[in-house]
Write a protein that binds this ligand. Sequence first.
Ligand code: TRH
Length: 396
Amino acid sequence: MSRWDLFCRVVDNYGDIGVCWRLARQLASEHHLPVRLWVDDLASFARLCPAVDPLAPVQVVESVEVCRWTDPFPAVDPHAESAAVVIEAFACELPATYIAALARSTPRPVWINLEYLSAEEWVEGCHLGRSPQPDSGLVKTFFFPGFTTRTGGLLKERDLLERRARFNDRAEEAFRSRLGVPLRADGRITVSLFCYENPRLRHWLDVWRESATPIQVFVSPGWGQAEVGRWLGEPFLEGTCVQRGQVSLHALPFLPQSEYDPLLWSCDLNFVRGEDSFVRAQWAERPFVWQAYPQADAAHVVKLQAFLDRYLASDGAKEQPEALETLRVVWRDWNGLEPAPRPGATWGELVHSHRELAKRGKEWAARLDQAGDLANNLVRFVGEQGGLFPQPRQGG
Ligand code: TRH
Protein backbone atom coordinates (compact mmCIF):
# COMPACT_ATOMS: atom_id res chain seq x y z
CA MET A 1 0.00 0.00 0.00
CA SER A 2 1.28 3.53 -0.76
CA ARG A 3 3.25 5.07 2.05
CA TRP A 4 2.56 8.50 3.56
CA ASP A 5 5.60 10.59 4.51
CA LEU A 6 4.88 13.33 7.10
CA PHE A 7 7.59 15.94 7.75
CA CYS A 8 7.65 17.94 11.00
CA ARG A 9 10.14 20.61 12.02
CA VAL A 10 9.79 21.60 15.70
CA VAL A 11 9.85 25.42 15.50
CA ASP A 12 9.48 25.95 19.25
CA ASN A 13 7.13 24.74 21.98
CA TYR A 14 5.16 21.58 21.33
CA GLY A 15 2.40 22.33 18.90
CA ASP A 16 4.12 21.37 15.67
CA ILE A 17 4.96 17.89 16.90
CA GLY A 18 1.74 17.79 18.92
CA VAL A 19 -0.35 18.17 15.76
CA CYS A 20 1.87 15.94 13.57
CA TRP A 21 1.99 13.12 16.08
CA ARG A 22 -1.78 13.16 16.51
CA LEU A 23 -2.26 13.10 12.71
CA ALA A 24 0.34 10.38 12.11
CA ARG A 25 -1.21 8.10 14.74
CA GLN A 26 -4.69 8.56 13.31
CA LEU A 27 -3.60 7.83 9.72
CA ALA A 28 -1.85 4.68 10.90
CA SER A 29 -4.38 3.39 13.43
CA GLU A 30 -7.71 4.48 11.95
CA HIS A 31 -6.89 4.34 8.23
CA HIS A 32 -4.31 1.53 8.45
CA LEU A 33 -1.86 3.48 6.30
CA PRO A 34 1.92 2.95 6.34
CA VAL A 35 3.08 6.28 7.82
CA ARG A 36 6.63 7.55 8.21
CA LEU A 37 6.97 10.60 10.49
CA TRP A 38 10.16 12.62 9.97
CA VAL A 39 10.95 14.80 13.02
CA ASP A 40 14.03 16.97 13.55
CA ASP A 41 13.68 17.33 17.34
CA LEU A 42 13.03 13.95 19.00
CA ALA A 43 13.66 15.36 22.48
CA SER A 44 10.52 17.54 22.30
CA PHE A 45 8.63 14.62 20.78
CA ALA A 46 9.69 12.37 23.68
CA ARG A 47 8.15 14.79 26.19
CA LEU A 48 4.76 14.39 24.50
CA CYS A 49 5.23 10.67 23.92
CA PRO A 50 7.53 8.95 26.47
CA ALA A 51 7.68 5.84 24.24
CA VAL A 52 9.88 7.78 21.78
CA ASP A 53 13.62 7.15 22.12
CA PRO A 54 15.22 10.58 21.49
CA LEU A 55 18.44 8.89 20.34
CA ALA A 56 17.07 6.38 17.86
CA PRO A 57 17.51 7.26 14.17
CA VAL A 58 14.53 5.05 13.31
CA GLN A 59 11.86 3.49 15.54
CA VAL A 60 8.26 2.32 15.36
CA VAL A 61 5.85 3.89 17.86
CA GLU A 62 2.14 3.04 17.81
CA SER A 63 2.48 1.65 14.26
CA VAL A 64 4.14 4.86 13.01
CA GLU A 65 7.70 4.64 11.66
CA VAL A 66 9.46 7.59 13.34
CA CYS A 67 12.62 8.78 11.57
CA ARG A 68 14.99 11.43 12.81
CA TRP A 69 15.11 14.21 10.19
CA THR A 70 18.81 15.00 9.97
CA ASP A 71 20.76 17.49 7.85
CA PRO A 72 22.11 16.35 5.40
CA PHE A 73 19.00 14.30 4.71
CA PRO A 74 19.63 10.55 4.20
CA ALA A 75 19.55 9.31 0.62
CA VAL A 76 15.92 8.24 0.69
CA ASP A 77 14.30 7.38 -2.60
CA PRO A 78 10.59 8.00 -2.06
CA HIS A 79 9.86 6.15 -5.30
CA ALA A 80 11.61 3.01 -4.14
CA GLU A 81 9.89 3.47 -0.80
CA SER A 82 6.63 4.03 -2.69
CA ALA A 83 5.92 7.23 -0.81
CA ALA A 84 2.86 8.36 -2.66
CA VAL A 85 1.67 11.05 -0.25
CA VAL A 86 3.93 13.65 1.28
CA ILE A 87 2.68 15.99 3.98
CA GLU A 88 4.84 19.04 4.59
CA ALA A 89 3.61 20.30 7.96
CA PHE A 90 3.46 24.05 8.52
CA ALA A 91 5.57 24.84 5.43
CA CYS A 92 8.62 23.15 7.03
CA GLU A 93 10.38 22.91 3.61
CA LEU A 94 11.19 19.39 2.46
CA PRO A 95 14.84 18.40 1.91
CA ALA A 96 15.94 19.29 -1.64
CA THR A 97 17.20 15.76 -2.29
CA TYR A 98 13.84 14.36 -1.29
CA ILE A 99 11.99 16.73 -3.63
CA ALA A 100 14.33 15.78 -6.46
CA ALA A 101 13.59 12.11 -5.80
CA LEU A 102 9.84 12.87 -5.70
CA ALA A 103 10.12 14.50 -9.11
CA ARG A 104 11.42 11.22 -10.52
CA SER A 105 8.55 9.23 -9.02
CA THR A 106 5.77 7.72 -11.07
CA PRO A 107 2.94 8.00 -10.47
CA ARG A 108 3.37 11.54 -9.24
CA PRO A 109 2.98 11.72 -5.44
CA VAL A 110 0.34 13.88 -3.78
CA TRP A 111 2.23 16.71 -2.07
CA ILE A 112 0.28 18.47 0.67
CA ASN A 113 1.23 21.50 2.69
CA LEU A 114 -0.63 21.27 6.00
CA GLU A 115 -1.25 24.81 7.20
CA TYR A 116 -1.65 26.35 10.66
CA LEU A 117 -5.18 26.66 12.03
CA SER A 118 -7.08 29.93 11.68
CA ALA A 119 -10.73 30.97 11.93
CA GLU A 120 -10.23 33.83 9.47
CA GLU A 121 -12.65 34.04 6.55
CA TRP A 122 -9.96 33.87 3.84
CA VAL A 123 -9.01 30.29 4.84
CA GLU A 124 -12.03 28.78 3.08
CA GLY A 125 -11.00 30.38 -0.21
CA CYS A 126 -7.44 29.08 0.08
CA HIS A 127 -8.18 25.56 1.26
CA LEU A 128 -7.11 23.01 -1.43
CA GLY A 129 -5.39 25.77 -3.42
CA ARG A 130 -2.78 24.30 -5.77
CA SER A 131 0.72 25.59 -6.35
CA PRO A 132 2.72 24.18 -9.30
CA GLN A 133 6.42 23.83 -8.39
CA PRO A 134 8.30 24.79 -11.58
CA ASP A 135 11.66 23.28 -10.62
CA SER A 136 10.27 19.84 -9.85
CA GLY A 137 7.19 19.89 -12.06
CA LEU A 138 5.22 18.78 -9.02
CA VAL A 139 2.08 20.40 -7.63
CA LYS A 140 1.72 21.29 -3.96
CA THR A 141 -1.78 21.50 -2.47
CA PHE A 142 -2.51 23.73 0.53
CA PHE A 143 -4.65 21.96 3.10
CA PHE A 144 -6.12 24.24 5.77
CA PRO A 145 -7.58 22.95 9.02
CA GLY A 146 -10.60 24.93 10.04
CA PHE A 147 -13.99 25.26 11.70
CA THR A 148 -16.33 24.88 8.73
CA THR A 149 -17.22 22.30 6.10
CA ARG A 150 -15.30 24.36 3.51
CA THR A 151 -12.01 23.69 5.30
CA GLY A 152 -10.07 20.55 6.23
CA GLY A 153 -11.79 20.35 9.64
CA LEU A 154 -9.98 19.65 12.91
CA LEU A 155 -7.99 16.71 14.24
CA LYS A 156 -10.32 14.44 16.17
CA GLU A 157 -9.74 10.79 16.91
CA ARG A 158 -12.67 8.53 15.99
CA ASP A 159 -13.31 7.55 19.62
CA LEU A 160 -12.56 10.92 21.26
CA LEU A 161 -16.12 12.03 22.06
CA GLU A 162 -17.02 8.54 23.24
CA ARG A 163 -13.96 8.46 25.53
CA ARG A 164 -14.88 11.86 26.80
CA ALA A 165 -18.47 10.79 27.50
CA ARG A 166 -17.16 7.75 29.42
CA PHE A 167 -14.91 9.94 31.59
CA ASN A 168 -17.22 9.88 34.59
CA ASP A 169 -16.69 10.96 38.21
CA ARG A 170 -14.88 7.72 39.07
CA ALA A 171 -12.55 8.12 36.10
CA GLU A 172 -11.87 11.70 37.14
CA GLU A 173 -11.13 10.64 40.73
CA ALA A 174 -8.70 8.02 39.45
CA PHE A 175 -7.03 10.59 37.18
CA ARG A 176 -6.71 13.16 39.98
CA SER A 177 -5.26 10.55 42.33
CA ARG A 178 -2.72 9.53 39.66
CA LEU A 179 -1.87 13.19 39.25
CA GLY A 180 -1.49 13.65 43.01
CA VAL A 181 -4.02 16.50 43.18
CA PRO A 182 -7.07 16.77 45.48
CA LEU A 183 -10.39 15.27 44.43
CA ARG A 184 -13.17 17.57 43.29
CA ALA A 185 -14.91 19.34 46.19
CA ASP A 186 -18.38 20.90 46.20
CA GLY A 187 -18.49 24.62 45.66
CA ARG A 188 -14.90 24.79 44.41
CA ILE A 189 -14.02 25.26 40.75
CA THR A 190 -11.02 23.79 39.01
CA VAL A 191 -8.99 25.59 36.34
CA SER A 192 -6.15 24.28 34.16
CA LEU A 193 -3.48 26.78 33.13
CA PHE A 194 -1.23 26.31 30.10
CA CYS A 195 0.12 29.63 28.85
CA TYR A 196 2.89 31.63 27.21
CA GLU A 197 4.55 34.56 28.95
CA ASN A 198 1.60 36.73 29.97
CA PRO A 199 1.72 39.97 32.03
CA ARG A 200 -1.94 39.45 32.98
CA LEU A 201 -1.32 36.23 34.94
CA ARG A 202 -0.32 38.08 38.17
CA HIS A 203 -3.45 40.13 37.88
CA TRP A 204 -5.70 37.06 37.67
CA LEU A 205 -3.81 35.36 40.52
CA ASP A 206 -4.70 38.40 42.67
CA VAL A 207 -8.34 38.15 41.55
CA TRP A 208 -8.44 34.39 42.24
CA ARG A 209 -6.95 34.91 45.73
CA GLU A 210 -9.94 37.14 46.58
CA SER A 211 -12.50 35.03 44.63
CA ALA A 212 -15.85 34.47 46.36
CA THR A 213 -15.70 30.89 45.06
CA PRO A 214 -12.74 28.74 46.16
CA ILE A 215 -10.62 27.82 43.16
CA GLN A 216 -7.90 25.26 42.49
CA VAL A 217 -5.53 25.89 39.60
CA PHE A 218 -3.54 23.09 37.90
CA VAL A 219 -0.51 24.87 36.48
CA SER A 220 1.34 23.15 33.61
CA PRO A 221 5.13 23.49 33.35
CA GLY A 222 6.80 26.42 31.61
CA TRP A 223 6.62 30.16 32.07
CA GLY A 224 3.29 29.89 33.94
CA GLN A 225 4.81 27.84 36.80
CA ALA A 226 7.78 30.19 37.07
CA GLU A 227 5.48 33.23 37.20
CA VAL A 228 3.33 31.64 39.93
CA GLY A 229 6.57 31.15 41.90
CA ARG A 230 7.43 34.83 41.45
CA TRP A 231 3.91 35.81 42.56
CA LEU A 232 4.15 33.51 45.60
CA GLY A 233 7.66 34.75 46.43
CA GLU A 234 8.84 31.16 46.77
CA PRO A 235 9.82 28.29 44.42
CA PHE A 236 6.82 26.60 42.81
CA LEU A 237 8.28 23.30 41.68
CA GLU A 238 6.53 20.30 40.14
CA GLY A 239 4.39 18.54 42.75
CA THR A 240 4.04 21.68 44.88
CA CYS A 241 0.64 22.74 46.24
CA VAL A 242 0.31 26.21 47.76
CA GLN A 243 -2.78 27.97 49.15
CA ARG A 244 -3.18 31.76 49.07
CA GLY A 245 -6.57 33.00 50.23
CA GLN A 246 -9.24 31.38 48.06
CA VAL A 247 -6.83 29.92 45.51
CA SER A 248 -4.87 26.66 45.77
CA LEU A 249 -2.13 26.30 43.18
CA HIS A 250 -0.81 22.89 42.03
CA ALA A 251 2.37 22.60 39.91
CA LEU A 252 1.84 19.75 37.44
CA PRO A 253 4.42 17.74 35.53
CA PHE A 254 4.37 17.84 31.74
CA LEU A 255 1.90 15.05 30.96
CA PRO A 256 2.10 12.60 28.06
CA GLN A 257 -0.13 13.95 25.28
CA SER A 258 -2.61 11.11 25.88
CA GLU A 259 -3.13 12.47 29.42
CA TYR A 260 -3.77 16.05 28.40
CA ASP A 261 -7.39 15.43 27.38
CA PRO A 262 -8.33 13.93 30.79
CA LEU A 263 -6.74 16.99 32.42
CA LEU A 264 -9.07 19.24 30.40
CA TRP A 265 -12.05 17.01 31.16
CA SER A 266 -11.28 17.21 34.91
CA CYS A 267 -11.50 21.00 34.98
CA ASP A 268 -14.37 23.52 34.88
CA LEU A 269 -12.39 26.10 32.90
CA ASN A 270 -9.30 25.59 30.75
CA PHE A 271 -6.67 28.19 29.86
CA VAL A 272 -5.02 26.86 26.67
CA ARG A 273 -2.68 28.23 24.02
CA GLY A 274 -1.30 27.77 20.50
CA GLU A 275 -3.11 25.30 18.30
CA ASP A 276 -3.38 21.72 19.57
CA SER A 277 -4.40 22.42 23.19
CA PHE A 278 -6.77 25.09 21.79
CA VAL A 279 -8.50 22.42 19.66
CA ARG A 280 -8.54 19.87 22.49
CA ALA A 281 -10.24 22.42 24.76
CA GLN A 282 -13.01 22.77 22.15
CA TRP A 283 -13.56 19.02 22.00
CA ALA A 284 -13.58 18.97 25.83
CA GLU A 285 -16.87 20.92 25.66
CA ARG A 286 -15.80 23.04 28.64
CA PRO A 287 -15.52 26.83 28.83
CA PHE A 288 -11.99 27.79 27.89
CA VAL A 289 -9.74 30.83 27.46
CA TRP A 290 -7.25 30.79 24.59
CA GLN A 291 -3.94 32.60 24.46
CA ALA A 292 -3.01 32.89 20.80
CA TYR A 293 0.62 32.20 19.85
CA PRO A 294 2.13 35.71 19.89
CA GLN A 295 3.24 36.90 16.46
CA ALA A 296 5.43 39.93 15.72
CA ASP A 297 2.97 41.68 13.43
CA ALA A 298 0.12 41.06 15.92
CA ALA A 299 -1.38 38.64 13.38
CA HIS A 300 -2.46 36.57 16.39
CA VAL A 301 -4.86 39.35 17.40
CA VAL A 302 -6.69 38.98 14.08
CA LYS A 303 -6.81 35.20 14.56
CA LEU A 304 -8.13 35.65 18.09
CA GLN A 305 -10.87 38.05 17.03
CA ALA A 306 -11.85 35.87 14.07
CA PHE A 307 -12.26 32.85 16.32
CA LEU A 308 -14.14 34.81 19.02
CA ASP A 309 -16.56 36.16 16.42
CA ARG A 310 -17.36 32.61 15.29
CA TYR A 311 -17.45 31.07 18.76
CA LEU A 312 -19.59 33.80 20.33
CA ALA A 313 -21.83 34.41 17.30
CA SER A 314 -25.27 34.88 18.72
CA ASP A 315 -27.08 33.32 15.72
CA GLY A 316 -29.81 31.31 17.38
CA ALA A 317 -27.87 31.48 20.62
CA LYS A 318 -29.81 30.07 23.52
CA GLU A 319 -27.23 31.30 26.02
CA GLN A 320 -27.55 34.57 27.90
CA PRO A 321 -25.71 37.23 25.86
CA GLU A 322 -24.17 38.52 29.12
CA ALA A 323 -22.41 35.16 29.63
CA LEU A 324 -20.90 35.31 26.13
CA GLU A 325 -19.87 38.94 26.64
CA THR A 326 -18.14 38.07 29.92
CA LEU A 327 -16.11 35.41 28.10
CA ARG A 328 -15.13 37.95 25.44
CA VAL A 329 -13.97 40.39 28.15
CA VAL A 330 -11.81 37.71 29.78
CA TRP A 331 -10.33 36.57 26.44
CA ARG A 332 -9.45 40.12 25.46
CA ASP A 333 -7.92 40.78 28.88
CA TRP A 334 -5.95 37.52 28.83
CA ASN A 335 -4.53 38.34 25.41
CA GLY A 336 -3.52 41.85 26.53
CA LEU A 337 -6.03 43.62 24.27
CA GLU A 338 -7.85 45.49 27.01
CA PRO A 339 -7.94 44.99 30.79
CA ALA A 340 -11.25 43.79 32.22
CA PRO A 341 -12.88 46.97 33.65
CA ARG A 342 -14.14 45.27 36.86
CA PRO A 343 -11.91 42.20 37.17
CA GLY A 344 -13.28 40.78 40.41
CA ALA A 345 -16.86 41.20 39.17
CA THR A 346 -15.92 39.78 35.77
CA TRP A 347 -14.46 36.67 37.41
CA GLY A 348 -17.58 36.30 39.55
CA GLU A 349 -19.76 36.60 36.41
CA LEU A 350 -17.61 34.02 34.62
CA VAL A 351 -18.03 31.56 37.49
CA HIS A 352 -21.75 32.35 37.66
CA SER A 353 -22.18 31.81 33.88
CA HIS A 354 -20.36 28.48 33.90
CA ARG A 355 -23.46 26.45 33.05
CA GLU A 356 -24.41 28.79 30.21
CA LEU A 357 -20.90 28.68 28.79
CA ALA A 358 -20.75 24.90 29.08
CA LYS A 359 -23.90 24.78 26.91
CA ARG A 360 -22.11 26.88 24.28
CA GLY A 361 -19.13 24.51 24.47
CA LYS A 362 -21.36 21.51 23.75
CA GLU A 363 -23.12 23.25 20.88
CA TRP A 364 -19.82 24.35 19.38
CA ALA A 365 -18.26 20.86 19.53
CA ALA A 366 -21.36 19.40 17.83
CA ARG A 367 -21.03 21.99 15.07
CA LEU A 368 -17.34 21.24 14.62
CA ASP A 369 -18.11 17.56 14.29
CA GLN A 370 -20.10 18.32 11.12
CA ALA A 371 -16.91 19.48 9.36
CA GLY A 372 -15.52 15.96 9.66
CA ASP A 373 -12.10 15.24 11.11
CA LEU A 374 -8.91 16.41 9.46
CA ALA A 375 -7.33 12.96 8.99
CA ASN A 376 -10.43 11.60 7.29
CA ASN A 377 -10.73 14.68 5.10
CA LEU A 378 -7.08 14.31 4.09
CA VAL A 379 -7.58 10.63 3.16
CA ARG A 380 -10.71 11.56 1.19
CA PHE A 381 -8.85 14.29 -0.69
CA VAL A 382 -5.93 11.99 -1.52
CA GLY A 383 -8.33 9.27 -2.63
CA GLU A 384 -9.86 11.71 -5.09
CA GLN A 385 -6.44 12.48 -6.62
CA GLY A 386 -5.79 9.27 -8.35
CA GLY A 387 -7.85 6.46 -6.91
CA LEU A 388 -4.69 4.72 -5.69
CA PHE A 389 -5.60 5.15 -2.07
CA PRO A 390 -7.99 3.73 0.50
CA GLN A 391 -11.39 5.34 0.62
CA PRO A 392 -12.08 7.42 3.77
CA ARG A 393 -14.31 6.16 6.51
CA GLN A 394 -17.96 6.79 5.62
CA GLY A 395 -20.00 9.05 7.83
CA GLY A 396 -17.49 11.89 8.05
O1 TRH B 1 3.16 24.26 22.69
P1 TRH B 1 2.40 25.24 21.89
O2 TRH B 1 2.56 26.65 22.23
O3 TRH B 1 2.74 25.04 20.35
C1 TRH B 1 2.81 26.15 19.48
C2 TRH B 1 1.53 26.24 18.69
O4 TRH B 1 1.23 25.00 18.11
C3 TRH B 1 1.65 27.29 17.59
O5 TRH B 1 0.51 27.23 16.74
C4 TRH B 1 2.89 27.02 16.77
O6 TRH B 1 3.05 28.06 15.84
C5 TRH B 1 4.09 26.98 17.69
O7 TRH B 1 3.92 25.92 18.64
C6 TRH B 1 5.34 26.72 16.89
O8 TRH B 1 0.84 24.92 22.03
P2 TRH B 1 -0.05 23.76 21.48
O9 TRH B 1 -0.31 23.93 20.03
O10 TRH B 1 -1.21 23.67 22.38
O11 TRH B 1 0.80 22.43 21.64
C7 TRH B 1 1.06 21.92 22.93
C8 TRH B 1 1.05 20.40 22.86
O12 TRH B 1 1.52 19.86 24.10
C9 TRH B 1 -0.36 19.88 22.68
O13 TRH B 1 -0.32 18.75 21.83
C10 TRH B 1 -0.74 19.45 24.09
C11 TRH B 1 0.57 18.94 24.60
N1 TRH B 1 0.71 18.89 26.06
C12 TRH B 1 1.04 17.68 26.61
O14 TRH B 1 1.15 16.66 25.90
N2 TRH B 1 1.23 17.60 27.95
C13 TRH B 1 1.11 18.69 28.76
O15 TRH B 1 1.30 18.58 29.98
C14 TRH B 1 0.75 19.95 28.16
C15 TRH B 1 0.57 21.15 29.01
C16 TRH B 1 0.56 20.03 26.79
